[in-house]
Design a binder for this molecule. Structure first.
Ligand code: URA
Length: 242
């Protein structure tokens, strides 16, 4: 009996192993077949992949993945850090308190959420304590591994939208997109360039600014963000509010 149980345990382990390697094979195969269609088709395909993605440990604790939302032909692409509590529940980017502030910024720029695209560097909610997903205030910045796993999606979203300007929101996004370790205080307000991974596409002007959540903590940062957004509008030849 003991022998039979041992044999059973081994074969179960083997099965788990096989399932894991099959999952990796499927992921690797799918990597080779990225959709080449219209921007909305590519974004829809990416959203499907993101929702079923299991490339990093965040997949095990997320409620909903948050691919991003907005216009596939947006001139401005906002890229934040990662979904929080509300976003995890709704599957939509920037719908919590920081999101409401981002909405006000976008509106003050004479735009709407539908006219821009809003995404994040990682697509699933990084939690300090994943065993309490129902807790608020449980957010943490994504790890370098989580950022690396999501990078294929972010780069492809950027390529599909081909925005005229990327606005990175906060330090995590700016550092990841620019491949720098410089702090956000030095980076913000100064034009930088996003470069595609293969270097083939034309660089895209990128304006790093503070994260809306930082403005909620420190109102004095609002003037800097507004100044950065006016710089973006002027660059795009759009009317700049006083
Ligand atoms: N903070 C982010 O960086 N992204 C969101 O979607 C929400 C809050």
């Amino acid at each position: 009996m003991a022998e039979r149980m041992k044999a059973h345990a081994v074969s179960r382990l083997e099965l788990l192993d096989l399932a894991a390697s099959l999952r990796l094979r499927v992921a690797a195969d799918r990597e080779g077949e990225w959709t080449a269609g219209s921007p909305p088709d590519i974004l829809a395909d990416l959203a499907g992949r993101i929702r079923s993605c299991r490339l990093c440990p965040l997949a095990a604790t997320r409620i909903k993945a948050v691919p991003g939302a907005g216009s596939a032909s947006a001139e401005i692409l906002f890229i934040g850090e990662g979904p929080g509590y509300e976003e995890d529940r709704q599957g939509e980017p920037f719908v919590g308190k920081a999101g409401q502030l981002l909405d006000r910024i976008v509106k003050a720029m004479g735009l709407s959420r539908d006219a821009v695209f809003i995404a994040n560097i990682v697509k699933c909610h990084p939690m300090r304590d994943p065993s309490t997903p129902e807790a608020r205030g449980n957010d943490r910045p994504p790890t370098p591994e989580e950022i690396a796993a999501c990078r294929r999606y972010v780069d492809r979203q950027i390529a599909a939208i081909a925005p005229k300007v990327i606005v990175s929101l906060g330090a995590v996004s700016a550092k990841a997109l620019l491949g720098t370790s410089e702090g956000i205080t030095r980076l913000r307000g100064r034009w930088a360039e996003y470069r595609s991974p293969d270097g083939k596409a034309a660089p895209i002007p990128l304006m790093p600014t503070y994260h809306p959540a930082a403005l909620l903590r420190d109102e004095t940062l609002k003037a800097a963000v507004w100044s950065d957004m006016k710089t973006v509008l002027a660059f795009l030849g759009r009317s700049v509010p006083k």
